[in-house]
Design a protein around this ligand. Structure first.
Ligand code: BEZ
Ligand code: FE
Length: 296
């Protein structure tokens, strides 16, 4: 098609792509092009802005490597990760869900840990936390044999892969629910933290005068054949950034009851302040698919 005016470009591209094999590829790419072109028209995108956007995209790729995923971080910071999560959970977006975004810090192959064990693998100053989680199906039946990955930042707000002072796989572990659908472990109360801001995502946050903080949370990934893999986070209820999570992950259902311990702690070596968290997760029927780990 010979292009006579700006309106023709969209039709020409859609026609060029119309023969793509596979309905999904055709539908997704046609919608992508329509919305992309409409976006450029709506904001009257200038040539300088277009050049900046291409450079920004290239820099997202250049900033990504084995231990940092800038692409995930950018999708998180513009709310796309949370939107995709909510569209694909809670009966395909129809109802509330216990799911939340994965984030860029999940690592596969965390150490298998027995129930009642600890995920503190090197000296980690902070208040001890005793976690007791149950996993049920939609009818309330406990689910045994669920493989549960947990990971969190330290009380200083750093994941072990960001912090040379922490041992490999500190504050990460893989558990299996017992016959009551339960896992239990010892950790330390996580702190909120700023997401990495050294790359293009940080540039965007600064330009928009947004703070980079996530409220403190514990990540959970629950996997069992026959059930949709549940990827979620439980948030610390007194965190100052619950209402302004930089990646929009907080829903009411995910605010946990982090209780200050009263009386004797569950472990003899605990001297000062300690906390407990009890939380019940519900898994939906569906496909047990694991995501690609964002980092190695
Ligand atoms: C996280 O919770 O690990 C996370 C999520 C989005 C961006 C950065 C970190
Ligand atoms: Fe996190």
């Amino acid at each position: 098609m010979i292009i006579a005016r700006q309106q023709d470009v969209t039709d020409a591209v859609l026609a060029a792509m119309a023969g793509a094999p596979g309905d999904r590829l055709r539908v997704v790419m046609a919608a992508f092009v329509r919305h992309l072109h409409e976006f450029a028209r709506e904001v009257s995108l200038t040539e300088a802005e277009f050049e900046y956007a291409i450079d920004f995209l290239n820099r997202i790729g250049q900033a990504s490597h084995d231990s940092h995923n800038e692409g995930v971080l950018f999708s998180d910071a513009v709310g796309l990760s949370t939107l995709v999560c909510l569209l694909n959970n809670g009966q395909d977006g129809a109802t509330e869900t216990a799911a939340a975004l994965l984030g860029p810090f999940w690592r596969a192959n965390a150490p298998r840990t027995e129930n009642g064990g600890s995920i503190v693998r090197s000296a980690t100053p902070g208040a001890p936390l005793f976690v007791d989680c149950r996993i049920r199906d939609a009818s309330g039946q406990p689910l045994a044999g669920v493989r549960v990955d947990v990971w969190q930042a330290s009380p200083e707000g750093m994941y072990e892969n960001q912090d040379e002072a922490q041992a490999e796989m500190n504050l990460r572990g893989v558990f299996e629910t017992d016959s009551d659908g339960r896992i239990a472990f010892r950790s330390v109360k996580p702190a909120g933290y700023p997401v990495p801001t050294h790359g293009p995502t940080g540039e965007m946050l600064r330009a928009q005068q947004r703070h980079p903080f996530r409220p403190a949370h514990l990540h959970v990934l629950a996997f069992k054949p026959g059930f949709k893999t549940l990827i979620t986070q439980v948030f610390v209820d007194d965190d100052a950034h619950l209402e302004s999570d930089v990646v929009f992950g907080v829903t009411r259902a995910l605010i946990g009851d982090f209780r200050r311990g009263e009386g004797p702690a569950p472990a003899a070596d605990v001297a000062g302040e300690w906390f407990s968290l009890a939380y019940t997760f519900v898994m939906e029927p569906g496909d047990a698919v694991l995501p690609q780990p964002p980092i190695k």
